[in-house]
Design a protein around this ligand. Sequence first.
Ligand SMILES: [Fe+2]
Ligand SMILES: [Fe+2]
Length: 192
Amino acid sequence: MKTVEEIIEILKNRISDKRLYHSKCVMNSCIKLARIYGIDEKKASLVGIAHDNAREMSKEEWFDYCNKHDIEISENEKLNPVLLHAKVGANIAKDEFGFSEDMVDAIKYHTVGHVPMNSLSEILFISDSISEDRNYDGIEKFRKLAEENKDKAMLEIIESTINLMIFRNKDIDKNTIELKKYYLNKINQKNK
Ligand SMILES: [Fe+2]
Ligand SMILES: [Fe+2]
């Protein structure tokens, strides 16, 4: 499996400095959350640095890559091809970086989510929203929640994503809706 340093060298030729900085910030957040929740720190750092490796490919490149590698494209991905950077990036992480299946899943599910998600996937999903390079109203609340209660952080981030999609008049991916239900149930069960 490639190391963080090796992946950074590869990424320098594939993504902008700004996105590489974002990836490093996501990596740092993943490491922090991995320590809190008892998740493998090495895997956390690797998925963090690698998660957006395919983000700057063109629409044509994403579609081509999916066709060549037999990756299924959903209706929502046809309408919003940028979402494909998750599936394509996951496949590259498997083939080129030698990532294990749980790590590949984390990258695959980092945009719209998926039910179920392993804990590595959860901390990547959360970290992508709360990383140091991001700044929006309410981010401090998410950062605090992320360190206190992973499930509640997931739910709040999913809800804010859904609200943003509604505001932008965009379709909400069915995986995201399923995921919201999943965490609502999970939190309600625990409160019983
Ligand atoms: Fe991404
Ligand atoms: Fe990202």
